[in-house]
Design a binder for this molecule. Sequence first.
Ligand code: ADP
Ligand code: MG
Length: 260
Amino acid sequence: MNAIEIKGLTKKFGDFKAVDNISFNVPKGKIYGFLGPNGSGKSTTIRMLCGVLTPTEGTAYVLGYDIRKEREKVKSKIGYMSQKFSLYEDLTVDENLNFYAGIYGLNKKERDIRKKYIITMAGLQGREKNITKNLSGGWKQRLALGCALIHNPEILILDEPTAGVDPVSRRIFWEMIYTLASEGITILVTTHYMDEAESCDILAFIFNSKLMTVGTPEELIKKERVNNLEDVFINYVEKSTNEKVENSFDILRKIIKKEV
Ligand code: ADP
Ligand code: MG
């Protein structure tokens, strides 16, 4: 059973296709990695799934609900953590959670149950009364994850959740992702970090708005006859640009953005 089915999804901004006819399925309960350099169309795809943007063509189904026609149903099923954590900096940890509980229409009883779960899961005990702007990046990230989980969604969509966060916090965050997946939550996560990509059950690689390949990390490495995931993606970029890519994925990103 698939949690998400994406069918020929396209998004145009003027004449520019930010997402070009992509299709893939996210099976229930899996950690699905959505990879690609900056500007390749990851966030645009995610924004369509979350009902923030309307597709130009194609559609997607979230637990069977059409993202075009059943937006409210879709929103109730998805927890979305955007690239810039959407927290209210002047509110306390507790107030941020209350705010999101209000948006999703939780009553006090539901809210208190969820808050207790989230505070424990995210290790935020003792920080409930802290003002959010005073939290470190790692704690903000965990609170943002908590806010995305407040309505007990079946699917969690995380857009570069660990960008700019220290390595220890990154590891703690991934432990939380594993725990959530083991509880049956489907996770769609974008990342630039290859160690995180290796931690995913399935990967989809998007480049220049098009879907390049889908498979488990092992399948992709085997198919491309290379030793690691970084080389898999470099192969795809080289094939599609006819340019040789040296060095790491970070440099690769810069090349694509024409920064070097
Ligand atoms: P990614 O998340 O993979 O870095 P995005 O989906 O954010 O990529 O962006 C894909 C492309 O679409 C980029 O070239 C970006 O500049 C462009 N884009 C994104 N949103 C808009 C918008 N609202 N209007 C015009 N262009 C956009
Ligand atoms: Mg993005």
